[in-house]
Design a protein around this ligand. Structure first.
Ligand SMILES: Nc1ncnc2c1ncn2[C@@H]1O[C@H](COP(=O)(O)OP(=O)(O)O)[C@@H](O)[C@H]1O
Ligand SMILES: Cc1cn([C@H]2C[C@H](O)[C@@H](COP(=O)(O)OP(=O)(O)O)O2)c(=O)[nH]c1=O
Length: 216
């Protein structure tokens, strides 16, 4: 049955946007992501703030295992992708479909950086899992907080006890940082690199500039 011509068609939902926040542990993501969410909400967007591994009840259980239980790199990789699959299906894709903006504290670049760079896991296998799990879904924008691992380690040591990743040495985090750099080089339009060694306020101003310039 067609609608009477006097009934206007419902406006198409504005497209949702997907922004990921990346960087080595202690880079400053958590210090800024909630403020970025508030800034976008003040502009009228529905914002879903989430994280990886995690973001759904099942993925949060997998997160606890990944962060605390000893395991080999393949098991670790499969668990982060299993968590990601549930996260995408039950939270990210439905939110984007209704026009929400999804801000995720980490996404697949972290797998390439930590499991690929840090652990030395086969990048071709990671790329295959990425295709299977994501069906082409990538963040529209990735804000990469970059800083020297020694600075990040000092910041972390001042505030928290290390988990299984944070207990790694500086060489591990150098490889993770190089992993992020390789991903940024492969997708320069998606990545915005923030110099996270600056004072907090300067970092925030850089984030605002990126959001204003690139957040549509
Ligand atoms: N620009 C900055 N300068 C100095 N310290 C910072 C800066 N940004 C964050 N910190 C501090 O560094 C620590 C780690 O920051 P956090 O946001 O938890 O990092 P991440 O979420 O990336 O692991 C926190 O104690 C935080 O207060
Ligand atoms: C998403 C993801 C995270 N990780 C690691 C990186 C981090 O050390 C850890 C959790 O990230 P994060 O939430 O940044 O830790 P914290 O709450 O301590 O700030 O998981 C991977 O190794 N692979 C992945 O794919």
């Amino acid at each position: 049955m067609s609608l009477p011509s006097s009934v206007p068609a419902a406006p198409a939902a504005a497209p949702g946007r997907f922004i990921s926040f990346e960087g080595i542990d202690g880079a400053g993501k958590s210090s800024h992501i909630a403020a970025a969410a508030d800034w976008l909400r003040a502009r009228g967007h529905e914002v879903v703030l989430t994280r990886e591994p995690g973001g759904t009840p099942l993925a949060e259980q997998l997160r606890s295992l990944v962060l605390e239980a000893p395991m080999d790199p393949l098991t670790e990789t499969l668990l982060v992708f299993a968590a990601r699959r549930d996260h995408l299906q039950t939270l990210i894709e439905p939110a984007l479909a209704r026009g929400a903006w999804v801000l995720s504290d980490r996404f697949t670049d972290a797998t390439f950086a930590y499991q690929g760079g840090g652990r030395g896991f086969d990048l071709a296998v990671l790329a295959q899992l990425e295709t299977w799990v994501q069906h082409g879904r990538q963040p529209d924008l990735t804000v990469w907080f970059d800083l020297p691992p020694a600075t990040a380690a000092e910041r972390r040591a001042a505030v928290r006890a290390p988990d299984r990743f944070e207990a790694q040495d500086l060489a591990f985090f150098e490889r993770v940082r190089a992993g992020y750099a390789a991903r940024a080089q492969a997708a320069p339009q998606r990545f915005a690199c923030i110099d996270s060694s600056q004072p907090r306020e300067a970092v925030w101003q850089d984030i605002l500039r990126v959001l204003e310039q690139r957040a549509w």
